[in-house]
Design a protein around this ligand. Structure first.
Ligand code: TTJ
Length: 641
């Protein structure tokens, strides 16, 4: 072994030690080793390109899911510096092998990685079976490569080898997530596209090119949104009846940049999305709070000025005023902090003050000059307040009338135990499957609620229609926590009667549709259920294999079948389950109900949000319908374990 080689080995060992914590506890760095964490690898790499864009240098980002399962992110920025770093190796090596160093050399004020797990490219490197880099800079193409975080290219006098000359500049990273780390290494195109589209809205001068070369659904999309968040709001409302223009304003306070766009539509719910440093905050936070507080205050004082509220009248509440509002609030914060169940709730008090101040100034500026718009908004608020008062009555009736009528309506087969942390409720599609499930269940801890056919699409219905729907009423009653529109309010999670709410639907198009509708319902009216991880999807098996000699075996997906075929010598018969209704009670218990043997997929807030139709637009127009998303997830959930 040459002396040089020896040095190389030493530095490899150092690198290994440096990145080892990441491989030992990946969840600490990327949140999870499931789908979310997997997709996060792409975002983590891409954030560097977005930073380069924000620095004023990169106009295009290319994200490609390659046929071999790897991912490529390329940009036309200046290229990662490859010169000698003070540590004696190429600067690029430092970026990819040092924890927390990130890719940022010029300390850009706004690190786009949003604070969630913004630890950068070295983490991705550590969790990739390989990561291959090409940097185009100063006329040369430099090349580097790592395997599980360890460099495999020998440096020449501390510098990277080059592979020819070019006039272009930019960075190209190709990497493959390590199957030793991740439950599944198949990226989720729907979620990635949604994120890319979001990024395009938030960076109006950026163009993002997406390509899925994996098949069977090859796809190409270009995301460029020159109208920024105004376009975002406009597109969110594309299929709705607008009753105002899109109102846009921006400003700065306390070193925080604030940008808002909103528009009212003739609908019964609000949809406010919060972003901090280009990252979506699923649980909202201080920017949203600041906006809401000031908006309510200003609109109430307008209502009094205009005589819509008399002296003796109570103020409109915030939800009245925002009824029908679709909005995006995007801030840039130099030091964001996050809290909440999923660490996606912006916690900085100064964000509330800054957004509040800018909102107060700017909406007065706007509505003073647009009286007709103001009138439309206030009329909407007035209507909402009236409906709210009616609803309050309806709700008392609903709750008092139905409180003890679970079994009298013949649907819910409740469990015996009142120990809520052990109880489960299965929402089962179809009466026949519901019947089998009632027989098969563990009566002590498992409740069964059969629902018939399609449930109401809550996105298309007014709140009183939603509440009038029999299936939904039964669910609200059964769960025991009430419901709310938006965050919190009348919903009380401490009253939840079950630890797990399990959606049990067939693995076909109709089943996926029902699951989508249920997720949308929970997302809209009981989001806490999802935040706190109470919602699951049951994963029944797809096949039963019965060998001529030996034990039968349930196979939960096609990969399991393939494996079975490989490992199983001799004849076996294969039964394909088409639906839950085909299983008898015993089979249903063995495969889908029994906590020791069944498979469940826990629903994340992102799943629910993707299922909800307000984000339909984020999926692009000419792509397969949303149900594919559930399929895609469901299939992989079955592959987990
Ligand atoms: C840093 O300051 C000097 C000029 O280049 C700046 C830089 O780092 N630019 C840059 C990094 N552009 N793109 C990247 C990048 C792109 C990807 C896909 C991945 C990573 C880790 C960095």
């Amino acid at each position: 072994m040459t002396e040089k080689k020896q040095n190389y080995d030493e530095s490899s060992i150092q690198v290994l030690e440096g990145l080892e914590p990441v491989r030992r506890r990946p969840g600490m760095y990327i949140g999870s080793t499931g789908t979310k964490g997997l997709n996060h690898l792409i975002y983590e790499i891409m954030d560097n390109s977005v930073d380069e864009h924000l620095a004023g240098y990169c106009k295009n980002i290319f994200v490609t899911l390659e046929a071999d399962g790897s991912a490529t992110v390329e940009d036309d920025g200046r290229g990662i510096p490859v010169g000698m770093h003070e540590k004696g190796v190429s600067a690029e090596r430092v970026v990819f092998t040092t924890l927390h160093a990130g890719g940022k050399f010029d300390s850009s004020v706004y690190k786009t990685s949003g604070g969630l797990h913004g630890v950068g490219s070295s983490v991705v490197n550590a969790l990739s079976s390989y990561l291959d880099i090409k940097v185009m800079r100063e006329g040369l193409i430099s090349h580097d490569r790592y395997e599980r975080g360890v460099p495999t290219v020998e440096l020449i006098n501390g510098l990277l080898p080059t592979e020819g000359r070019t006039r272009k500049t930019g960075t190209k990273i190709n990497f493959a997530p390590d199957p030793e780390i991740f439950d599944s290494v198949r990226f989720k195109a729907e979620e990635i596209k949604s994120r890319l589209h979001e990024t395009a809205y938030l960076n109006p001068e950026l163009t993002i090119h997406f390509k899925d070369n994996r098949g069977p659904f090859f796809e190409e999309q270009t995301y460029h949104e020159p109208d920024g968040i105004v376009g975002f709001v406009r597109d969110m409302n594309a299929s709705k009846e607008a009753i105002t223009q899109v109102v846009y304003f921006k400003g700065e306070a306390e070193d925080i940049q604030v940008e808002c766009a909103f528009q009212y539509v003739n609908e019964f719910h609000e949809d406010l999305l919060g972003f901090c440093n280009n990252i979506y905050n699923a649980e909202g936070g201080m920017h949203i709070t600041g906006f809401k507080t000031m908006f309510t205050q200003v609109m109430n004082s307008y209502a009094r000025e205009m005589g819509m509220l008399k002296e003796k009248d109570a103020n409109y509440n915030g939800a009245d005023i925002r009824n029908g509002m679709t909005g995006v609030i995007s801030i840039k914060h130099p030091d964001p902090r996050f809290e909440g169940q999923t660490k996606t709730k912006l916690d900085n008090q100064d964000a509330a003050r800054a957004v509040g101040k800018v909102t107060s100034d700017e909406i007065q500026h706007y509505f003073d000059r647009n009286i007709e718009e103001l009138k439309a908004v206030l009329a909407q608020a007035d209507k909402a307040a009236k409906i709210r008062k009616e609803e309050a009555k309806a709700k008392t009736n609903l709750l008092s009338k139905q409180k003890y009528s679970f079994d009298s309506n013949g649907k819910l087969a409740n469990c015996i135990s009142k120990e809520t942390d052990k109880c489960e409720i299965f929402i089962v599609e179809g009466d026949s499957a519901g019947g089998s499930a009632k027989t098969a269940r563990d009566r002590k801890y498992q409740a069964i609620l059969p629902i018939r056919g399609k449930i109401l699409n809550v996105e298309k219905a007014s709140i009183d229609k939603v509440l009038a729907n029999a299936e939904i009423k039964t669910m609200i009653n059964a769960f025991g926590c009430g419901f709310s529109e938006g965050y919190g309010q009348d919903f009380d999670i401490t009253k939840l009667r079950y630890d797990k709410i399990i959606i049990m639907a067939d693995a076909d198009v109709d089943g996926a549709h029902i699951a989508t509708l249920l997720l949308t319902l929970f997302y809209r009216f009981m989001p806490e259920l999802i935040f706190q991880g109470h919602v699951y999807i049951a994963m029944p098996p797809l096949y039963k294999a019965q060998p001529s000699k030996g034990e039968e075996e349930y196979l939960y997906d096609d990969r399991a079948l393939e494996k079975y075929r490989k490992n199983h010598k001799g004849n076996f018969t294969l039964q394909r389950y088409k639906g839950l209704g085909e299983m008898d009670a015993e089979q249903l218990w063995e495969t889908t109900l029994d906590p020791a043997r069944r498979r469940l997929k826990q629903v994340s807030i992102d799943d629910a949000r993707l299922a909800s139709s307000t984000t339909e637009l984020l999926m692009g127009n000419d792509v397969p319908p949303r149900r594919d998303f559930i399929y895609e997830h469901a299939r992989d959930a079955a592959l987990d374990v």
